[in-house]
Design a protein around this ligand. Structure first.
Ligand code: ADP
Ligand code: MG
Length: 416
């Protein structure tokens, strides 16, 4: 099986400029970002951005940068402020304070149509009374681009989204996936430097969504433009992005490459949101030694001497076998066959361990779980720690079926 983690590992690191992902985290050093102009490839910088609607704070101290040609994803549960962030970048909303810089210039006074950004919304907002060609050509006609040039650019855009020959069709003759492609073609025909995509695949069925994920990623590479992508689907974010920004309730929780976010989640929220996790309260005994589940384990972490911590062990990193003295012993309380692996719940001293394995242990059997020092990830305690959450509060994981917000694209995507 190609597991999620193998697919992530196969992704090329995006940090070609050598900046450590940790310097990109949340409110870290906004001043440094601002000063970092010499030869900087930061296309966009968002610094200390806040936004409230009435009394409700929806964005708190949002600080991040976007590199040229990067595929950057804003990821988080519904209502965490992803679309608001995107709308501010596009210019449809103003932040209460903070700055958005584009190539070092403040964007505040620049109206949406003069920004070098184009938005693709979840609902495609295509004109049903126009052909595919005319839908894509619309923005160019508004700008009085010569006819000859329009024809060439629309053809090129159709080729890019793999819809050659569809120009004469009516949009209501198209499938959902084809409409989505037209919406993308309509955005890229304007040759934007940045494409903002707000849950663009949300309306597609799972199979089509997976295909479009691959195609979008290829498109981004071949067009060589920057994508800022919004999704609540962690797998989508992990497979497509160079960089992921994980948000919750208007606060950036972590910024990093998919592999870093997966392997080194910063807190229990990120660990729970990005893939399935066993999150166990633990106590660092000393460097490289952590106590949890009633035992002491070797680990590769040395940051938290003497501290209470959260320990993450991914279900696929656990080996399941015979009980033994050096293992976490327990009873299998449920087994679900997931197609390639089994998902098993093993109860041990009141904790239920989730295990993903191609080895099968029947329900009711006694087993021993083992994992190596590399499989133990240590996180600082946070408000999201399992033993600090109030009853009824969970880490709301991604929900692929959740209806995403529907948005209008008032100008029909005709901005430059
Ligand atoms: P996401 O895209 O992550 O689902 P949004 O950015 O759309 O989240 O919304 C963030 C929060 O701001 C939500 O609580 C939402 O209800 C609220 N919100 C968004 N737009 C408005 C608005 N125009 N007026 C009032 N509240 C809003
Ligand atoms: Mg949204």
């Amino acid at each position: 099986m190609t597991s999620l983690i193998q697919r992530i590992a196969a992704l090329k690191p995006a940090d070609a400029n050598g900046a450590s992902p940790s310097t990109r985290n949340g409110s870290a050093a906004p001043k440094q970002l601002l000063e970092d102009k010499t030869g900087s490839s930061h296309l966009i910088e968002v610094v200390g951005m806040n936004k409230s609607y009435g009394d409700v704070r929806v964005l708190s101290d949002i600080t991040f940068y976007v590199r040229n040609n990067e595929f950057l994803t804003l990821l988080g549960p519904s209502g965490c402020g992803k679309s608001t962030t995107l709308r501010i970048l596009a210019g449809f909303e103003q932040p209460d304070d903070g700055q958005v810089l584009f190539e070092g210039h403040d964007l505040t006074a620049i109206p949406p149509f003069q920004r070098k950004l184009n938005t693709v919304f979840q609902r495609y907002a295509l004109f049903p009374h126009l052909s595919v060609f005319e839908n894509i050509a619309f923005g160019l006609r508004v700008k009085n681009v010569p006819k000859q040039e329009i024809a060439g650019r629309v053809e090129q855009a159709l080729r890019t989204v793999d819809l050659q020959g569809y120009g004469k069709r009516w949009v209501d003759q198209l499938s959902g996936g084809q409409m989505q492609r037209v919406a993308i073609a309509r955005a890229i025909v304007n040759k934007p430097m940045v494409l903002l995509l707000d849950e663009p695949l949300g309306a597609l069925d799972l199979k089509m969504r997976k295909e479009m994920q691959v195609e979008l990623k290829e498109m981004q590479r071949s067009l060589g433009i920057t994508f800022i992508y919004v999704t609540h689907d962690q797998e989508e974010a992990l497979t497509m992005s160079d960089t992921i920004i994980v948000m919750k309730e208007g606060v950036i929780q972590q910024i990093g490459r998919p592999i870093d976010i997966y392997n080194e989640p910063r807190n229990a929220f990120v660990a729970g949101f990005i893939g399935e996790s066993n999150i166990i309260p633990g106590q660092m005994a000393r460097d490289y030694e952590v106590g949890f589940a009633g035992r002491t384990f070797c680990c590769v972490d040395k940051r938290f001497a003497d501290e209470a911590v959260d320990v993450v062990v991914r279900p696929e990193d656990i080996d399941i076998g015979e009980p033994g003295e050096d293992r976490v012993n327990g009873e299998v309380i449920s087994v679900v066959f997931k197609g390639v692996h089994y998902e098993m719940l093993v109860e041990s001293e009141g904790f239920q361990w989730m295990v993903h394995s191609t080895d099968h242990a029947p329900e009711g059997s006694r087993v021993g779980l083992s994992f190596g020092p590399d499989d133990i990830h240590i996180m600082a305690k946070s408000d999201f720690s399992p033993d600090r959450l109030h009853p009824g509060e969970g880490i709301d994981g991604p929900d692929a079926d959740e209806p995403a917000t529907i948005e209008e694209d008032p100008s029909g995507g005709a901005w430059t």
